[in-house]
Write a protein that binds this ligand. Sequence first.
Ligand SMILES: Cc1cc2nc3c(=O)[nH]c(=O)nc-3n(C[C@H](O)[C@H](O)[C@H](O)COP(=O)(O)O)c2cc1C
Length: 364
Amino acid sequence: MIKLRNLIIGFLYRKCLKPVFFLFDPQSVHDLMIWAGKLLGSNPITRGLISLMFNYQNPMLTQKVAGVEFKNPIGLAAGFDKEAHIAPILPSVGFGFEEAGSITAKPFSGNPRPWMWRLPEHKALRVNYGLKSSGAPKIHKYLLGKKFNFALGISIAKTNSEATSHVESGIEDYFESYKIFQDIGDYFTINISCPNTCEASPIFAQAENLDLLLAKLFSIPKTKPVFVKLSPDLAKDQLDGILQVGAKHPLDGFICTNLTKINLLNHHGKGGFSGKAVEELSNQMISKVYKFYGGKKNIIGCGGVFSAEDAYKKIKLGASLIQLITGMIFQGPQLISEINQGLVELLKKDGYNNISEAVGRDSH
Ligand SMILES: Cc1cc2nc3c(=O)[nH]c(=O)nc-3n(C[C@H](O)[C@H](O)[C@H](O)COP(=O)(O)O)c2cc1C
């Protein structure tokens, strides 16, 4: 029944809605989606209707990661809903969690437009937002006191400006957002991997700088799990340095990965690539991080997930949770339910009773 429902909605999305959406520029469609999502999330009737159309739940998908309860392993990655405007509707769409942000301490209007390009032949997007944000105090004020029906991650990044492009000022900038969001959300992500800032390369991807940053963040009592989001383009010794630093601190895990800068054939220009352009790099990094810690730190796998098989691959390489954006834009919002239902079938086929049993099973 759920399978048929998803097939029909997926068909209608790909044959009717998507061709219309793809006639317009990606930013306008994205703004429309946030507006519609906010409206649909604003009352119980529309939330119930969306739930009938999209939701799928199964206890085999429920797990605790870093002490946080996740109803299923599929989350909306940072960047789609920067200020958690659509958080109330996302559980009805079937998401197990979302990551709001990235949020920066100071407001920034973003890089010069355009910010997004679709590359359908590569099942990818090129993105050049450059950490657009209303600033931590304003977003905190908006979210304060709001309760959501799933886990909410808060992704914080360094304000994209020359003033914070030094180690000391950069640490203070991260710390400002970190302090402001102590009382909101279920976990933090420290985004050290935005490829679209005014820096030649992200300064906190250098192990010694990350060490100083984490020392500062953990100098105050930890209120929730903390993850670090990695770039897929790190050289081997750079990644090793970061992982060694990670072992020194009470860090809960890593998100593998952000956008890649490695250019796709015929697509030059500013920005980083998502979707299938980053999938293989993301999978390789999941595998390396899982092996480095022997499964002792948690991994959120992100990059190019378009199906249950794609998600399961990341899980078996070592990811406990999955995030996505691009797959949903290309396949439709029923993708979340399709993936969750497909995961249950794959788990049963392999003889597992719960998703957590499959984590890291293909890591050797
Ligand atoms: C429009 C857009 C905006 C993004 N903004 C952010 C961001 O603010 N912070 C961040 O950590 N990642 C950001 N990302 C990267 C995604 O979170 C994710 O790592 C990447 O898109 C790979 O996943 P996907 O292939 O499922 O899209 C953004 C991606 C997209 C497509």
